[in-house]
Design a protein around this ligand. Structure first.
Ligand code: CP3
Length: 356
């Protein structure tokens, strides 16, 4: 057993039913101190400045007493050394100068090595050193985008609602699709390995947009590539979180891709997610981020409901069902952390006693 409540839950050793909590996108525009240090520096420039990355990663840890830090970067960052010209436009998202739509495009994508991520490793090292100063053990979580989600940006050229070009290429030219995803799996694996070698003690693979796929297509075209990434990280002996939005129908397939922890969005209760997963996975989630503006007593009840429902799973890490919205009030996040820490153990114990 580790001294970290987060790692204990991630490895199914939730101690005294303590409920760890962190938030996807906990570092970001909801924090005034983030807006201040980011002023005048573009998103991607920021990601290559180790001191700034460390500062931004630590901001929510200092403010909220969350149980883990998530490395400040972006899923598009590892595509840059692979030769992709990408920009991240505020309020819109990633924009790709030359979208990949044919074999020549796929062949332009270079493989990467951990040496390409020297600044990332330096930044992660700074974070780990600062985390060591905390009385309780707060690990750093590394992350990467999964091949499908990365492919969707590369093929569409930017954010998309229907992923029409992505899906058409996927079913229309499976050979090219698989070649693209193999390259993306190599890139994501290397980006994650660099973070782990620099001290990250868990990883999250974001397949944010996989929920747009039917199960059969997910299994045929996506799961093998995410499985390759997760298997490689398994060799490094870190717990692996696998997350996507709207993935109620895909949960078991995402677990079977090689996850230790399955991230669940807000559309189904955690107890139902646990049922769909056969009780075999630790769960992470799943407060609806759109409720953060609701009156506190109502929101607090929703937080309690998430904890009670999560008690059905072998272990539970509290989180939102997706990222913190830029409009969120940071004080509300702080109150949620406090509630999860103070009431979480009793709520879990009660919920577990009530179960046959
Ligand atoms: O969770 C964290 O605190 C770590 C930081 C993090 C960022 N991006 C910082 C960021 C993480 C884990 C990501 C991953 C990421 N990036 C995903 C997967 C997670 C998810 O949300 O599903 C995706 C799809 C992206 C691509 C991306 N980057 C989008 C859609 C956007 C939003 C564009 C916008 O302006 O709304 C970004 C930019 C981005 N990445 C910001 C942050 C803090 C905002 C940019 C800014 O502050 O100027």
């Amino acid at each position: 057993m580790s001294a970290s409540a987060f790692l204990n839950a991630a490895t199914r050793q939730q101690h005294d039913d303590r409920v760890p909590v962190w938030f996807m996108r906990q570092a970001g525009r909801s924090l005034p101190e983030y807006r201040e240090v980011r002023a005048g520096t573009s998103m991607l420039e920021s990601c290559h400045d180790p001191a700034l990355v460390c500062e931004i990663t630590m901001q929510p840890v200092r403010r909220h007493d969350v149980d883990a830090a998530i490395f400040f970067s972006d899923i598009m960052v590892p595509l840059q050394p692979a030769g992709v010209a990408v920009d991240i436009v505020a309020g819109r998202g990633p924009v790709i100068a030359e979208p990949i739509r044919d074999a020549a495009g796929v062949d332009r994508l270079r493989s990467v090595t951990e040496d390409d991520f020297a600044d990332i490793a330096e930044a992660a090292g700074l974070v780990v050193a600062e985390l060591a100063g905390y009385a309780d053990d707060k690990p750093l979580i590394g992350f990467a985008g999964a091949p499908f989600t990365l492919a969707s940006y590369l093929i569409e050229g930017g954010p998309s609602k229907d992923y029409a070009r992505t899906k058409s290429l996927m079913v229309g030219d499976p050979q090219l699709w698989h070649r693209l995803c193999e390259r993306l799996a190599q890139i994501s694996t290397t980006f994650l390995s660099a973070q782990v070698h620099a001290g990250a003690r868990a990883v999250q693979l974001f397949d944010s947009w996989a929920g747009s796929l039917p199960l059969a297509d997910y299994q045929e075209f996506v799961q093998p590539h995410s499985a390759a990434v997760l298997a490689a990280l398994g060799e490094l002996d870190v717990p692996r979180i696998h997350f996507g939005v709207g993935t109620g129908e895909l949960l078991l397939a995402m677990g079977q891709a090689g996850a230790d922890v399955v991230g669940v969005d807000w559309r189904i209760p955690l107890a139902e997610a646990n049922r769909r997963l056969g009780g075999a996975y630790v769960l992470q989630g799943n407060l609806d981020p759109a409720l953060l503006g609701a009156p506190w007593p109502v929101l607090a009840e929703r937080v309690r409901a998430v904890i009670r429902s999560g008690a059905a799973a072998p272990a539970h890490i509290f989180n939102l069902g997706h990222g913190v919205p830029p409009t969120a009030d940071p004080d509300v996040l702080g109150r949620i952390v406090e509630l999860v820490h103070t009431e979480g153990p009793a709520l879990r114990a009660e919920a577990r006693e009530g179960r046959p």
